[in-house]
Design a protein around this ligand. Structure first.
Ligand code: UD1
Ligand code: CA
Length: 476
């Protein structure tokens, strides 16, 4: 097998995005476009990838250095193209790094959805001796380079839209911007490019006519799926590709048996805070209602049901758990776990370090952070548990909170097994409520309590019999 060296054009400005961020760093499924392209290099088991940068070069280089270290083995280099004088000029910048024994695969940093299989087929079509072009037939080819063939159907060249005659503009087979070609053939062609054309640019596409002139076979690998070669030029196109990508992910999950209520209303993204890949691992009979967003790595056990409009990031949800609608679970780095058969939400919020045991119930407007709840513990309404260790079968009343932060440090609250905390209590940490104890509603607990004790810490009730409420004075 000929070694593969990937050349990624990423110097363009992306004017139509109207963004401060370089175009190739715009995100699709939470991952910069360029990382999607680098993934393709990884799938092809490329020997090297050379990224051609220009606009926002420092930012682009910094962003992909991190990504490549994390997930691939190929050698990653950058070359700068300043100023940007066209795609041919872009590829010329890589020549000092090109090795003659390799096949160069030219990709664009703004074309994220090409299948690895398509690229493999293109490399095979090049076969270490041919120029292979990836082409696609478009109902509206406006703006693209047209594939010009002779009477026998052999490719003769590529004509850019702006340079094409009326007859050539009628051709619907276009160049995708992706080619595979032996480097030893490409290098001398690049040296011969001129900018004698409508745009005054050095066109990479001019190498096709040179190949024909040199008697090098040119093959077109034609695909029908236009999405695979679609580029991102505007926010609208970015959103369209995002939907297409999400639909692909949704279908793949459904093929594994996951029941999505609507594959068009499903999102799985990388975690942009940590770079953790979007990955949804589902056991059997998982059901996911509409409009759920999954971020980072999420595991759903057997029979888990996720209600509509939930956001779930970096979490493990065990078998049989039910997550009711509008629940927000975000494990960030520490992770969040929900035990078997637990009932969460609606409108619940689980934050990093929430570890819930079996059959735990977390109801509406309950927030849990960095806390462990043992099997069967319940907090059903309007409550906060932060930095707490909660024992089995504890019942934590509506409106109760752990006061875990003294303004400088966080402290732990320990609520032992079978405790009943009434409504509207404040547990001022550090504090321990002994096993089986009861805390009366409205108590502010600042001292630890003994097992089995009833603790009440609130103003005593005063009742004045037959009290006359002030009445409005009649106006004189
Ligand atoms: C190019 C092809 C056209 C093809 C189309 C597919 C040429 C001359 N034309 O046209 O046949 O149908 O792609 O989308 O190649 N770039 C640089 N440096 C430059 C110019 C461009 O790095 O000096 C990068 C851009 O950032 C982009 C890619 O190259 O990622 C393609 O450039 P673009 O201007 O979009 O090429 P097109 O004119 O669309
Ligand atoms: Ca383009």
């Amino acid at each position: 097998m000929t070694p593969i060296d990937i050349l990624i054009m990423a110097a363009g400005k992306g004017t139509r995005m109207k963004s401060r961020l370089p175009k190739v760093l715009q995100r699709l499924a939470g991952r910069p476009l360029l990382h999607h392209v680098l993934d393709q290099a990884a799938h092809l088991q490329a020997r090297s990838a050379i990224v051609i940068t220009g606009h926002g070069a420092t930012e682009v280089e910094a962003a992909c250095a991190g990504a490549a270290r994390a997930d691939s083995s190929f050698d990653l280099k950058f070359v700068r193209q300043e100023p940007q004088l066209g795609t041919g000029h872009a590829v010329q910048q890589t020549v000092p790094h090109l090795r003659d024994d390799g096949t160069a695969v030219v990709l664009s940093g703004d074309v994220p959805l090409t299948h690895a299989d398509t690229l493999r087929a293109l490399v095979a079509a090049s076969g270490g001796e041919r120029l292979a072009l990836l082409t696609v037939t478009l109902p509206d080819p406006t703006g693209y380079g047209r594939i010009v063939r002779n009477a026998h159907g052999a490719v003769q060249g590529i004509v850019e839209h702006k340079d094409a005659t009326e007859a050539q503009r009628a051709i619907t087979e276009v160049y995708s911007g992706i080619m595979a070609v032996p480097a030893r053939l490409l290098t001398p062609w690049l040296a011969r490019l001129t900018n004698n054309n409508a745009q005054g640019e050095y066109y990479l596409t001019d190498v096709v006519a040179m190949a024909v002139a040199d008697g090098v076979p040119v093959v077109a690998h034609r695909i029908t799926d236009a999405l695979q070669v679609a580029g991102v030029n505007s926010p609208l196109q970015l959103a369209e590709l995002e939907r297409a990508h999400q639909l692909r992910q949704a279908r793949a999950l459904m093929e594994q048996g996951v029941r999505l209520a609507d594959p068009a209303r499903f999102d799985l993204r990388d975690d942009t805070r940590t770079g953790v890949r979007g990955e949804l691992v589902c056991d059997q009979d998982v059901e996911i209602d509409v409009n759920c967003v999954f971020t980072g790595r999420v595991e759903l056990g057997d029979g888990v049901s996720i209600g509509a409009n939930c956001c779930i990031a970096n979490a493990r949800i065990a078998a049989g758990a039910v997550i009711h609608p509008y629940t927000h679970i975000d494990g960030e780095k520490a992770g969040a776990t929900v035990g078997e058969g637990a009932l969460i939400g609606p409108f619940a919020r689980l934050r990093p370090g929430a570890e819930l045991g079996r059959e735990v119930h977390i109801g509406n407007f309950v927030e849990v952070k960095n806390s462990t709840l043992a099997d069967g513990a319940k907090a059903n309404h309007l409550a906060y548990l932060g930095d707490a260790t909660v024992g089995e079968r504890v019942n934590y009343g509506a409106g109760s909170i752990t006061a875990n932060y003294d303004g400088a440090n966080k402290h732990r609250t320990v609520i032992e097994a079978d405790v009943h905390v009434g409504s509207n209590c404040v547990l001022v940490a550090p504090v321990t409520i002994g096993a089986g104890g009861t805390v009366g509603g409205g108590s502010t607990i600042t001292k630890s309590t003994a097992p089995g004790a009833l603790s009440v810490a609130r103003g005593k009730q005063v009742s004045i019999a037959n009290w006359n409420r002030p009445a409005k004075q009649a106006k004189p």
